[in-house]
Design a protein around this ligand. Structure first.
Ligand code: HEC
Ligand code: HEC
Length: 213
């Protein structure tokens, strides 16, 4: 367990270094929290795809249940500005007109019971990369930023999304997008760096490991 704590500390130290040189586009963690009660109604349209309680059933539609509200807000802003591209979400993000509405929607999904996988055996190769990284390939352990089982570290580190229990196909797709540079909105391009040396088989193993948590 202590090496995991150590990895988390390393990941956070690294983040502090790289946020110092790259302005983080999201809201600071200390920004006022949204109102989850108001967010329930405001997220009606979103629930149509992401699920009433943030649990989607389509493999390419991400779960938002228990995701950090600030991360949700940052991604919606990125879809609005075009910093992140997806034909459906660029249009959907355009329907959110105010910062207050966006904060409330984020708070609603964050409040839902955290996403969860089916808890099956997982994948030893994926687990090894997730927990230990690979220094030879300049790859830091995923656990350092995304937390044990990908459940996130804490709301104060909301720039690192919750991954554990997320849709497998969605995770695979995002890792491929980061690797080929079609998704470039991670702060400092950190995820482009983290995926650069991943093989298809390693991406598959990671998606499997992460999604069952
Ligand atoms: C018609 C279906 C649909 C609707 C409605 C919809 N979404 Fe999405 N959403 C998607 C899909 C598909 C993706 C994956 C896009 C991608 O691959 O970049 C996504 C991705 C996201 C993400 C990124 C999640 C992550 O883990 O990075 C957020 C945040 C999000 N949607 C929020 C919303 C909000 C807020 C609304 C309502 C204003 C909404 N969505 C409405 C289909 C939808
Ligand atoms: C130094 C910190 C750091 C490390 C290490 C790291 N990540 Fe990330 N990751 C991030 C950040 C920051 C984001 C959010 C990107 C954004 O703002 O859109 C992210 C986003 C992601 C996403 C997209 C989530 C979503 O909902 O769309 C996936 C998948 C992911 N990381 C997987 C991994 C895997 C697998 C590893 C290990 C190989 C890893 N990450 C290592 C910082 C890190």
């Amino acid at each position: 367990m202590s090496h995991i704590k150590h990895s988390i500390a390393c990941g956070l130290a690294l983040l502090i270094q790289f946020t110092a040189v790259t302005a983080y586009a999201g809201k600071p963690a200390a920004a006022p929290a949204g109102d989850p009660v108001a967010g329930k109604e405001k997220s009606f349209l979103c629930q149509g795809c992401h699920g009433d309680d943030g649990i989607s059933f389509e493999p390419l539609i991400p779960k938002l249940a228990g995701q950090y509200g600030h991360y949700i807000e940052k991604e919606v802003r990125n879809y609005q500005s075009g910093a992140r591209s997806h034909p459906i979400m660029n249009a959907m993000a355009g329907t959110v007109n105010s910062d207050v509405d966006l904060a409330d929607i984020g708070a609603y999904f964050e409040k839902q019971i955290k996403m969860k996988g089916n808890g099956s055996a997982g994948n030893p190769i994926g687990e090894d990369i997730f927990l230990h990284g690979d220094t030879a390939k300049q790859r830091i352990a995923c656990v350092g930023c995304h937390g044990v089982k990908g459940k996130g570290v804490s709301p104060t580190t909301s720039m690192f999304p919750v991954l554990g229990g997320q849709q497998k196909e969605y995770i695979r797709g995002q890792l491929i997008n980061f690797r080929n540079g079609s998704r470039t909105n991670s702060p400092g391009g950190i995820m482009n760096l983290m995926t650069k040396a991943l093989t298809d088989a390693e991406i598959e193993a990671l998606a499997q490991y992460i999604s069952v948590q």
